[in-house]
Design a binder for this molecule. Sequence first.
Ligand code: IPD
Ligand code: CA
Ligand code: CA
Ligand code: CA
Length: 272
Amino acid sequence: MSGMSAIMGVMQNAARKAARGLQRDFGEVETLQISRKGPSDFVSRADKKAEEVIHEQLSYARPGYSFLMEEAGEIEGTDKSHRFIVDPIDGTTNFLHGIPHFAISIALEREIDGNPRELVAGLVYNPITDDMWFAEKGRGAYINDGTRGGADRRLKPSQRDLFSDCIFSTGIPFKGKPGHAKYLKELHQVMGTSAGVRRFGAASLDLAWTAAGRYDGFWERGLKPWDIAAGVLIAREAGLQVESLSDGDVMDTGDIIVTNDTLLPMLKDRVT
Ligand code: IPD
Ligand code: CA
Ligand code: CA
Ligand code: CA
């Protein structure tokens, strides 16, 4: 058992509540009033509705806490030392195409010892598969997928050390974005020397699946805090290395690499 704290209970309830709307809307995409925020960056009524439900639930349980949310942006509360970071649908393109690979991502950061950016709790929830991935600082990372009598199971990342046996996950920057050509070279390098590369379109799930050992590692550039906040904590608590591919903290750069100690230099060598 994970011995989940009260705040994790609050976050999971909020995610499960918002998930009901997403489960309903998943089959009814035609009615969702889709708009485009940028090339291949869509937003629908479902994203906004889910975000509202999560915001309502969390602010009811923890009045005053601040928020950073993908659709509504920054909402400053009276308590600036606690901030929820929310992506109501990570993998919107999958959601809108009827691909059951998307997730709600909720993280909580807290100011600890003057460090305002300490991630203390995070969850990634796929409403279709009912997989709840979660972690709290210092308590390990877990999945609850309703099996084994509903018990939480501790995540075990990959121990592989032979690059040619490994499968990596990534995200591809849009054509025309800076770094696209360089990225294709990296992809070529990793594909040519590993057992394969996957690109499933939801960074939060890429991180959770890496924490669970389904992938041996993950890298992507240009991600936002709401894409990675929960997944970063889950990966770290599972025992993986999480680093930034460029100068600065990964939560600021969004340029992320995650894998085990042995594979880290090997993957880095190919993607930097
Ligand atoms: C996207 C997903 C995707 C990543 C994109 C993100 P969204 O989030 O995480 O895997 O490659 O960069 O924007 O827009 O579906 O929440
Ligand atoms: Ca988006
Ligand atoms: Ca996202
Ligand atoms: Ca999103």
